[in-house]
Design a protein around this ligand. Structure first.
Ligand SMILES: [Zn+2]
Length: 98
């Protein structure tokens, strides 16, 4: 099992616990330097510190994925005839595209 030391928490973890590095010239092992737990903590802290930017980013994401979200919602509505779970569907799409 390949492992790597997170630059943030300094803990040695399996490579599977590091997020994929999608940057064209990113880390050679294909994962980011910080583990998923640290990234999650970091982004939660960032959202708390930058609520306006977070909203803006979410709106941008939504605009980028609008057609996909609409398609999913339309299909979901066809199947369920109710909107109450729509937000969950949207969040699912937005998270999947990060
Ligand atoms: Zn870490």
């Amino acid at each position: 099992m390949k492992t790597k030391v997170c630059t943030k928490c300094k803990t040695e973890k399996s490579l599977k616990l590091f997020p994929d590095d999608r940057r064209p010239r990113g880390n050679r092992d294909g994962t980011l330097s910080q583990c998923k737990a640290c990234r999650v903590a970091y982004s939660a802290a960032w959202k708390r510190a930058n609520p306006a930017k977070e909203r803006e980013q979410r709106a941008r994401n939504y605009a980028k994925n609008r057609d996909k979200i609409r398609a999913i919602c339309a299909r979901w509505y066809q199947e369920n005839r109710e909107w109450h779970c729509m937000n969950a569907q949207i969040n699912h799409v937005l998270r999947g595209n990060r």
